[in-house]
Design a protein. Structure first.
Ligand code: FNR
Length: 366
């Protein structure tokens, strides 16, 4: 397929899948267990209907938004995902350049292939957040947090839905080929000495997840706030109750996420729980959403239901696989253009219009 025949994210996904080894393809694509949640993430968006409004002068449209005080060009950022070098030799360096050149925001995973210092170095003036897994060894965790703060990351994203790794059938059977892979943030650290008891078997079958602190409680947010002044975004919230806890313990923002359907199979789609979370939060902090976003109309739907911005996981990996930095840019451009189109066709000049037009998005009960 030539470049000009790519018109949507699905085209890039198809091409990327044809380029990857089976192990990596499955690792990127799969959801947990029977993949009910993975599928639900898509079908929940499809069940929502947009009630367009007309004759509202949409000649000039503005997609900019301010997220935790940083202005970005459009409300679609890159979710954190592990090991970008499995997709492309330039890994997170390429992803960061692409996201930065588009004026959006990237969240770098704890399990990135490239070290956080090397990634931020190539995009010094852009908005990068660092996703954090808390390890049994708090010293290692603290060191990671402080490295991220020192070199200019603007927020920490604490992932709370992964006390242990979810179970994916292909991954359990075949593992992942990590022979050419690096664990960027841990290079030069003697993991065994640090109490992480790392071995080859760990990277191919269980990777870093075996060292997460499974005893973590909400106090972790308070602890993080004692070792850094960065704002803490809590990623993985799926209930109003936990949104309340996150705020109580000092979260600066909440990301409604089910990890792209990779953790507990059977949890609801994020766009279905978004209204519950937004209602509970009641304007006390920003709310974002990821999991299943694949089109501009998905973005419009999430914003209409109260998300300030959305993030995409797999589409970034597909773009990176397909064509490195340019591929990631292409993914973001497609989604940005689709959102612009959806705004024009539904009578919204700004994201504020999307948020405030009554019943712009409703459940499919026509
Ligand atoms: C992820 N995700 C993830 N999340 C996180 O907090 N830390 C991580 O290291 C990873 N790693 C990771 C690897 C891969 C291969 C995937 C696909 C996902 C979850 C990610 O941040 C995000 O929540 C989902 O990917 C969003 O769903 P979609 O957009 O992929 O449907």
């Amino acid at each position: 397929m030539s470049n000009t025949s790519i018109v949507c994210i699905e085209d890039i996904e198809r091409l990327a899948k044809s380029q990857l080894s089976k192990k990596t393809r499955d690792y990127y694509a799969d959801g947990a267990n029977n993949q009910y949640t993975l599928e639900e993430n898509r079908s929940a968006f499809d069940r929502l209907r947009i009630r367009p409004r007309f004759l509202r002068d949409v000649s000039v449209r503005d997609m900019t938004v301010t997220i935790l005080g940083q202005k970005i060009n459009f409300p679609i950022g890159a979710s954190p995902s592990a090991y970008h070098r499995l997709a492309h030799p330039d890994g997170e360096i390429a992803t960061a350049k692409a996201v930065s050149s588009m004026g959006s925001i990237m969240i770098l995973s704890t399990s990135s292939s490239y070290a956080l210092e090397d990634v931020i170095k190539v995009v010094p003036n852009s908005t990068l957040w660092f996703q954090l897994y808390v390890f049994n060894n708090r010293q290692v965790t603290k060191m990671l947090i402080q490295r991220a703060e020192r070199c200019g990351f603007k927020a920490l994203v604490l992932t709370v839905d992964t006390p242990i790794s979810g179970f994916q059938y292909n991954f359990a059977q075949n593992g992942l080929d990590m022979s050419n892979e690096k664990m960027g943030n841990f290079e030069g650290i003697d993991l065994n000495k640090a109490g992480l008891n790392y071995s080859e078997e760990d990277t191919s079958k269980r990777h870093l997840a075996s060292f997460y602190d499974t005893s973590l409680t909400w106090d972790a947010i308070s602890w993080i706030r004692t070792v850094t002044s960065l704002p803490v975004v809590v990623k993985g919230i799926l209930t109003g109750e936990d949104a309340e806890m996150a705020i109580k313990y000092g979260a600066s923002a909440i990301m409604v996420s089910n990890h792209g359907g990779r953790q507990l199979d059977g949890v609801p789609a994020t766009v279905d729980v978004l209204p519950e979370v937004v209602k509970k939060v009641n304007g006390r902090c920003e709310v974002y959403l990821d999991s299943g976003v694949r089109t501009g109309t998905d973005v419009l739907k999430a914003i209409a239901l109260g998300a300030k911005a959305v993030f995409i996981g797999r589409p970034v990996l597909w773009g990176l696989t397909y064509n490195g930095e340019d591929g990631v840019k292409q993914v973001l451009k497609i989604l940005k253009n689709e959102l612009d189109l959806a705004m024009a066709l539904s009578g919204c000049k700004t994201l504020k219009d999307i948020e405030t037009t009554p019943s712009l998005v409703v459940k499919d009960n026509y």
